[in-house]
Design a protein around this ligand. Structure first.
Ligand SMILES: Cc1cc2nc3c(=O)[nH]c(=O)nc-3n(C[C@H](O)[C@H](O)[C@H](O)COP(=O)(O)O)c2cc1C
Length: 339
């Protein structure tokens, strides 16, 4: 089976045990609720207005199934006017056949905010070709050393990545986001990225799709003690709140509207979901997926009304409490930021 299809299958079959979003609680204030109709979920990011703070995060392309998934994701993104990131584009740059599995998204969603995605091992020349192939609005550069090292056929040399990021960030005509793929980031990583000239980061932390366990399923000798590697998305957000001057996107283990608003409260400008949208387009027809996601949006507005937050900015002022585990993490890492 094609590796991209293994990833889709692995992600669809994963079940999640621990999710640190459950360790963050909003405080209930019965007198603060506002009118549902007054809730405005719009945000501005990359100098552009979006009606919702949600994007479909990078997944696939480079296989027949990848073509179908990208087609369905693009139809859904178009219906809701959501930003859409496609999967790592390398296969599409090497084969005309697989190029189509990425270009289909632009054909379906010509007006859309579509993001290209490639690994940090690729240089500026490749970055330009990636953007050109799908007329991308933005380029995501992914960092995935855990995945690569577990993957039998993965990369083993990460020395060029910082240099590539710096060159691409300085020279590309579209905005650049550096992202993880589900293992999160620290304050130190974020400071380094800032030093490389990067201004937008997608933390993509632990809690959802787990590429250590997906790659371990593809190995004859699993390195399964790495399945819990990395910082959760909440921990990564707490880390990020101690770094100034970056626009933070949050993804990794976002399951429902409450996770979305917790991520926004903890400092995310926008919130990405991959596993959620993959399941939506895999298990449901287009019409059913629209119904499901409409309910998701309404529920997100309900939660904002309950908290008395008419806007995403006012949501960020609402009081929260953290579990003892997270308080320990904050103290041990000497994080202050938003708390
Ligand atoms: C099937 C699948 C394939 C993925 N492929 C990529 C990829 O090519 N590039 C990338 O940056 N991230 C990739 N990811 C990682 C996601 O963008 C995201 O960072 C991660 O899944 C955590 O989000 P989630 O818990 O909402 O799934 C993939 C995720 C899934 C589910």
């Amino acid at each position: 089976m094609n590796r991209k299809d293994d990833h889709i299958k692995g992600a669809l079959n994963q079940s999640f045990k621990v999710n640190t979003f459950d360790e963050v609680r909003f405080l209930h204030e019965p007198l603060s609720a506002t009118a549902l109709n007054d809730v405005d979920t719009s945000v501005t990011c990359f100098n552009q207005a979006f009606s919702m703070p949600i994007y479909i995060n990078a997944m696939t392309g480079g296989s027949i199934q990848g073509f179908e998934v990208n087609k369905r994701l693009a139809m859904l993104a178009k219906h809701f006017n959501l930003p859409l990131a496609l999967g790592s584009i390398k296969a599409g740059l090497h084969s005309q056949r697989w190029a189509e599995s990425f270009k289909i998204a632009r054909e379906i969603y010509p007006e859309g905010f579509i993001m290209a995605n490639m690994g940090g091992e690729n240089d500026l020349y490749t970055a330009r070709r990636a953007v050109e192939l799908i007329d991308a609005s933005l380029l995501q550069i992914h960092l995935n050393p855990v995945q690569e090292l577990i993957m039998p056929e993965g990369d083993r040399d990460f020395n060029k990545i910082s240099e590539n990021i710096q060159q691409i960030g300085a020279s590309l005509d579209v905005p650049v986001v550096v992202k993880e793929v589900g293992f999160g980031m620290t304050r130190e990583t974020l400071e380094k990225l800032k030093g490389l000239g990067i201004t937008h980061v997608d933390l993509s932390g632990r809690g959802g799709t787990n590429f250590a366990s997906i790659e371990n399923m593809r190995r004859t000798q699993p390195i399964d003690y790495l399945d819990d590697w990395g910082q959760s998305t909440v921990e990564s957000l707490l880390e990020a709140s101690n770094v100034e001057g970056l626009t933070i996107m949050a993804s990794g283990g976002v399951r429902h509207p409450l996770d979305v608003i917790k991520a926004l409260r903890l400092g995310a400008s926008m919130v990405g979901m991959s596993g959620y949208f993959l399941k939506l387009v895999h298990h449901y027809t287009h019409e059913e997926a629209i119904t499901q996601f409409n309910a998701f949006i309404t529920d997100m507005k309900r939660l904002m009304a309950l908290l008395g937050a008419n806007t995403v900015d006012s949501l960020r002022t609402k009081p929260i409490v953290l579990s003892q585990n997270l308080v320990n993490y904050v103290q041990f890492r000497n994080l202050k930021g938003i708390l």
